[in-house]
Design a protein around this ligand. Structure first.
Ligand code: FAD
Length: 467
């Protein structure tokens, strides 16, 4: 019999005092004993709301049941029926908004820690050599190119490979994973976890080509001559800047540049790593989303005296995961809520020396229902700073649209799709952040899988025409 009233397991974590000195993973996950106790809390609902709330519909009660039967291989295979990135999702998916948010135990006992269980199954099965990448039953002889190697392209490529197509991923950077690798820090998502899950997709037979920028040097129309279909999963890697005076000063980074230096190029190891990063004594991060939390927590690990997050609304309106805000606070990050950046102040050498700000109060809700900040005139004040990291949003990557005039775009800079998910070029599909604007890992995966099904349908017709 399930035992939902058992205390909810959260797993061990590095203490804030220790973790602020390193880039190792903060959460240590669950031990086998803890995982089994946590799994025992699951009621194995007949109509599992958790599963319906998961964007890729991971068979949650079924994998938990297999775990309880000590069938680790079966549990891992069950998850991998719909998600090939279980160790990634177990760590970074906002479960509180998806599966755990829908768990029937949520109100009375606290939800089952589904993310930690998924992470445990994925890691333990990999360690025991029990993860078997799905293999296609036949080869179709058709070829598809996927652009980008973020979660949307990885999921699309894996799904297409399952269907027996030859798939090639083209990635602009030297390493694979998209935001997982260049944006999300290793203390939330260790690099080895990303590498291992990319490896699963490679083992399925997907070919990866790095350092290749599709669009200007490898046109979409050119790709269509060699490939039967193209999937664009090029993400939302264009930073939004604050558009205030002083933004070109030395010491101002976009979150994108700062996180890429730290996470992809491992600047925290400089000079052992080739790329440096300088933060000085006082760091200010502008923004309230996951990028802002990641930038602030990375900066805090680089040894400054202070890291402040300047956010124009209150804590209630912050888009960042609550858990990440808590982590940042524990690590000493200071929050200036209801504060709006006005101007970046510089010294005689053009270096950042401070941020002029205004205080705000909350006004009426905007179109998304979040209360808008209203500036309090005459409330100007200055926060001293050596570094300012602008983390106020990401826009769709413009490289492919700019080099592909036939590709219709929306007014938001995303690739336009019709009601069937098709783009304006026959044989070209898209998904993830390039189609939605900044979203989540799981929504990107969902798009990748859905597009793979569309491509299968498109190719089915095509092969009938004698291809
Ligand atoms: P991306 O992950 O952006 O991958 C796109 C890839 O395409 C990149 O590798 C890029 O180099 C490559 N590319 C671009 N253009 C070209 C080209 N022309 N040719 C070849 N390759 C190209 N979501 C969560 O669910 N949980 C989180 O905790 C979370 N934290 C985040 C933290 C940060 C700092 C950021 C920025 C985002 C975070 N997100 C989080 C959002 C999530 O990471 C994204 O929604 C998701 O990665 C989008 O996946 P994607 O595959 O569409 O694009």
């Amino acid at each position: 019999m399930p035992n939902p009233s058992l205390p909810r397991r959260h797993g061990k974590r590095q203490s804030p005092r220790e973790r602020i000195k390193n880039f190792d993973e903060v959460s240590q996950g669950l031990s086998k004993e803890e995982a089994l106790l946590e799994a025992d809390r699951c009621l194995n609902c007949k109509n599992p709301k958790c599963e319906a709330a998961c964007p890729v519909n991971v068979k949650i009660p079924a994998f938990i049941e297999l775990l309880l039967k000590d069938d680790l291989k079966g549990a891992a295979s069950k998850i991998m029926e719909t998600s090939l990135l279980p160790a990634v999702c177990g760590r970074v998916c906002p479960q509180e908004n998806y599966c755990q948010g829908a768990c029937v135990l949520k109100e009375k006992f606290g939800p089952v820690s589904i993310g930690l269980l998924e992470r445990y199954v994925a890691s333990a099965a990999r360690k025991a050599g029990l993860l078997t990448p799905p293999k296609p039953s036949h080869e179709t002889g058709l070829k598809i190119a996927c652009i980008g190697s973020g979660p949307s392209s990885l999921s699309c490529a894996a799904e297409l490979r399952r269907a027996g197509h030859a798939v090639v991923i083209f990635e602009a950077l030297h390493d694979y994973g998209g935001v997982l690798r260049y944006g999300i820090p290793s203390f939330r998502l260790p690099r080895a976890v990303i590498t291992a899950e990319v490896e699963t997709v490679k083992e399925m037979g997907v070919k990866f080509i790095n350092d290749t920028l599709a669009g200007p040097s490898l046109g979409i129309e050119e790709l269509l001559k060699e490939y039967d279909a193209v999937y664009i999963g090029s993400g939302a890697g264009l930073p939004t800047m604050a558009d205030i005076a002083g933004e070109n000063a030395l010491g101002v980074y976009s979150a994108n540049e700062f996180l890429t230096r730290v996470n992809l190029m491992e600047a925290y190891n400089f000079p052992r790593a080739a790329t440096p990063v300088r933060v000085g004594k006082n760091v200010i991060v502008l923004g309230g989303g996951n990028s802002a939390m990641d930038a602030a927590r990375c900066a805090a690990r680089l040894g400054p005296q202070s890291v402040r997050v300047v956010y124009r609304r209150s804590r209630n309106e912050m888009p960042a995961r609550e858990e990440e805000v808590e982590n940042a606070i524990e690590e000493g990050v200071i929050f200036d809520f209801l504060t709006i950046q006005k101007e970046i102040l510089t010294d005689e050498n053009g270096r950042v020396k401070g941020l002029k700000c205004l205080k705000a109060r909350l006004g009426e809700p905007d179109e998304k229902g979040r209360r808008k900040p209203v500036i309090m005139e005459g409330s100007d004040f200055i926060i001293p700073a050596d570094t300012i990291i602008v983390a106020i949003g990401q826009k769709p990557n413009p490289v492919i649209p700019r080099s592909t005039p036939a590709l219709k775009m929306t007014e938001h800079g995303t690739i336009a799709q019709d009601e069937n998910g098709a783009t304006s070029i026959a044989g070209v599909f898209c998904g993830g952040d390039i189609a939605r604007g900044g979203a989540t890992v799981l929504l990107a995966m969902k798009d990748g899988i859905a597009s793979a099904h569309r491509i299968n349908k498109y190719l089915h017709g095509k092969s009938k025409k004698g291809k």
